[in-house]
Design a protein around this ligand. Structure first.
Ligand code: GAF
Length: 388
């Protein structure tokens, strides 16, 4: 059975011996540009993609949560609302759900328990936000089933709080917000300072290609948190809360007061904010040559200033950009240290891009890449089995 919604329903019946009341879905995401800017109160331009986490749920009368995932057969996770205890690494994927209920309880929100089954098509560990998709599918279900009437943005914020405080990952708001608010055929320009967002249509003439480098990602969380600390230390140096309102000329003038590394981290963030806003305008205007230039600059800045790329990812970017030239943009996407490359390219070049990757990437790196031809899709919602 390949329909994930049907699989979630079936898993529910097998596990809990009864049928589920409802299905909820939330998508993974790809970020087109604006990397490591969200926690600096900056700009990001992500799109929700057609890889989803689907959960089937049934309300309970008590405060218990019981959850099963298709990926971990037979391993039912169980906890009581408001009594999540400390995060435990053995609880793996369910920590994201416990983080959500712990954040709700800490905010004084009530919740009834749920039995849930989880099926996901979001590739794990690829940097396409499988965890945000899980949090948002669950959060949307809890919000609905406990009739909390939280806005999608508030559900996203609760998810982020859960991940920051319970899972101990200092992530920004981007992944949760786009999983909540994604729109079909559109990217979202998000101002992470005030959570304002503006949809930006992706021209029909472009293919959204995501390429998984299949590099084993290591030290992601510690390196991520370290980058965040470096950004915060520069902001503090200038007496600011975040880097959002630091000017590039101000940064240049004080270069000698900062370590070279911290200076470059801040330079990435300030220039990336500008590129992200310009890229949104270029995309909206269908100016693909400009988009191409901005994505190339973004990649170079991640590689040289923020130092979050790896050689295999740089190789993929080189292979793709040699094929597309100014007829598309390509860059690493997500937190870094492996994961995926995103390319927005003229439809006519899609086959040539895939062929070039197949012909060159294994020889150059000893790895096989996985190509996903994607489309931008809607954010988290209650769905039916025929959603697929
Ligand atoms: C990860 C984080 F979860 C996001 O908040 C964001 O910082 C991203 O890395 C980098 O842009 O996905």
């Amino acid at each position: 059975m390949s329909n994930p919604a049907q699989r979630a329903n079936k898993l529910f019946v097998q596990t809990f011996g009864t049928t589920a009341d409802a299905l909820y879905m939330a998508p993974g995401r790809v970020n087109l540009i604006g990397e490591h800017t969200d926690y600096n109160d900056g700009f990001v331009l992500p799109a929700a993609i057609n890889f989803h986490t689907i959960i089937a749920v049934k309300r309970r009368e008590d405060a218990q949560f019981r959850a099963i995932s298709e990926a971990f057969p037979g391993d039912i996770k169980e906890w009581e609302f408001g009594n999540e205890g400390l995060m435990s690494p053995e609880d793996g994927w369910s920590n994201y759900l416990k983080g959500f209920t712990a954040a709700m309880a800490a905010s004084g929100l009530p919740a009834k328990g749920l039995d849930i089954s989880v099926v996901s098509t979001v590739p794990l560990g690829a940097g396409l936000s499988s965890s945000a998709a899980l949090e948002l599918a669950f959060g949307t279900a809890v919000n609905d089933c406990s009739q909390l009437r939280l806005s999608p943005l508030a559900v996203a914020q609760m998810s982020q709080r859960g991940e920051n405080q319970y899972v101990d990952c200092a992530c920004g708001i981007m992944d949760q917000m786009i999983s909540a608010l994604g729109q079909q055929d559109h990217a979202l320009l998000i101002d992470c300072e005030d959570y304002d967002s503006e949809s930006v249509s992706i021209p029909d003439s472009l293919s959204l290609i995501i390429v998984n480098s299949n590099v084993q990602r290591g030290l992601v969380e510690s390196e991520y948190n370290h980058r965040r600390e470096q950004c915060e230390s520069v902001a503090e140096h200038f007496g600011l809360d975040t880097l959002r309102h630091l000017d590039l000329t101000q940064l240049e003038a004080s270069k000698s007061e900062l370590s070279d590394e911290c200076y470059r981290r801040a330079r990435h963030v300030l220039t990336e904010n500008r590129r992200t806003q310009n890229a949104a305008h270029a995309l909206e205007a269908g100016n693909i040559a400009k988009l191409s230039e901005l994505m190339a600059q973004s990649h170079a800045s991640m590689r040289d200033d923020f130092e979050i790329s790896v050689p295999e990812i740089d190789t993929l970017v080189d292979i793709i950009s040699a094929v597309v030239g100014q007829r598309g943009g390509v860059r690493m996407t997500g937190g870094g240290f492996g994961g995926c490359v995103v390319a927005l390219v003229d439809h006519e070049l899609t086959d040539a891009v895939v062929e070039a990757i197949e012909n060159q990437y294994p020889d150059k790196t000893g790895l096989e890449a996985t190509v996903y031809l994607c489309s931008a899709c809607d954010g988290a919602a209650r769905v039916d089995e025929d959603f697929y």
